[in-house]
Design a protein around this ligand. Structure first.
Ligand SMILES: [Zn+2]
Length: 320
């Protein structure tokens, strides 16, 4: 027979039970909130972090250079799209990505189609920013294709990233003269003939009117801006050295060491070639040396982001 319990004991038990239930619920709630988030793959983390930083910086100052944006661009080109050989579907995908980014920034980009050896199509993506003085212009170019087997993070995701971020900052603060951004297709060699390269830039220079050529104060190719100890300005030394000298002078004023290097051989080593041959003051900005050049190791993780920042800020200062 069960023992009869007094009403006092009964009240105490109920009170203890209520306290216990309350305590357990509280502990459960605290632990549920403190539970660490599930680990995400590295790539997602980078994207999320970049977005967060971009937003913060956009809020602080709309014209400040964003390293996170540059990282995002190299990530999209070298990791998401990957190897972008001239005329391939992935090269075309990169052109569409650049076009979309420019549209998002408020530009009206145009695609210029051309053919490369073997009959395949490639494209230049062109966007223009009007300057305070509209009588003259600078052409700033970067190729977005890459060598076979190479994701081309430095060669030349770095140049594209520099131009895209430059396009964003110059959208907010107008440059002195007009700036024409040209993202060149098919810069790298196609096949075995050493002269079968620079298709996009050669086509662009060939299609320029005499008026446009006269209007151009200079063409700067940004190619391999993301790795190396030394910052270089280069040319074939065939044409005028006006732009090269002006860039070096600006570097001196800003205490940025810019060493001159002549392209070896008869043809140029980047997209400045066609412009220099057309009589336009031309130069190539490049950081050296990158041991992963044209290999599968030229990937996102080996980029030295400070190099892209220096290159971008240098150009921003020069064009402002
Ligand atoms: Zn290159």
């Amino acid at each position: 027979m069960p023992k009869r319990t007094s009403p006092i004991i009964n009240f105490k038990s109920v009170l203890l039970l209520v306290i216990a239930v309350f305590f357990i619920s509280a502990v459960t709630i605290i632990f549920a909130h403190k539970k660490p988030p599930a680990p995400k793959p590295a790539t997602t983390k980078i994207v999320a972090k970049s977005r967060q930083k971009t937003t913060q910086k956009t809020l602080k100052s709309a014209v400040r250079w964003s390293n996170a944006n540059a990282r995002q661009a190299v990530h999209n080109l070298a990791r998401k799209i990957g190897v972008r050989t001239a005329g391939s579907s992935r090269e075309h995908k990169a052109a569409r990505y650049i076009e979309k980014r420019l549209k998002d920034l408020g530009y009206k980009p145009k695609k210029q189609a051309f053919r490369i050896t073997g009959g395949r199509k490639s494209y230049n993506v062109v966007a223009k920013k009007m300057g305070r003085n509209r009588k003259k212009q600078f052409i700033i170019g970067a190729h977005y294709d890459s060598k076979r087997l190479s994701p081309g993070a430095n060669d030349n995701g770095s140049g594209v990233a520099t131009l895209l971020e430059l396009a964003r900052v110059l959208k907010k603060k107008s440059p002195h003269y007009n700036v024409v951004f040209v993202f060149f297709g098919a810069e790298e060699k196609v096949g075995t003939n050493p002269n079968n390269h620079h298709f996009g830039s050669r086509y662009y220079a060939k299609k320029m009117s005499l008026k446009a050529k006269k209007k151009t104060k200079g063409m700067i190719s940004v190619d391999m801006a993301g790795y190396g100890k030394t910052f270089h300005v280069r040319s074939m030394k065939k044409g005028t050295m006006r732009l090269v000298n002006s860039l070096r002078k600006f570097g001196k004023r800003k205490k940025i060491r810019l060493t001159y290097l002549k392209d070896p051989g008869r043809t140029g080593w980047s997209d400045h070639e066609a412009f220099e041959n057309a009589g336009i003051p031309a130069a190539w900005l490049e950081w050296r040396n990158d041991p992963t050049y044209h290999s599968a190791r030229d990937n996102f993780s080996h980029i030295q982001w400070s190099r892209i920042t220096t290159t971008g800020k240098f150009l921003y200062g020069y064009l402002r």
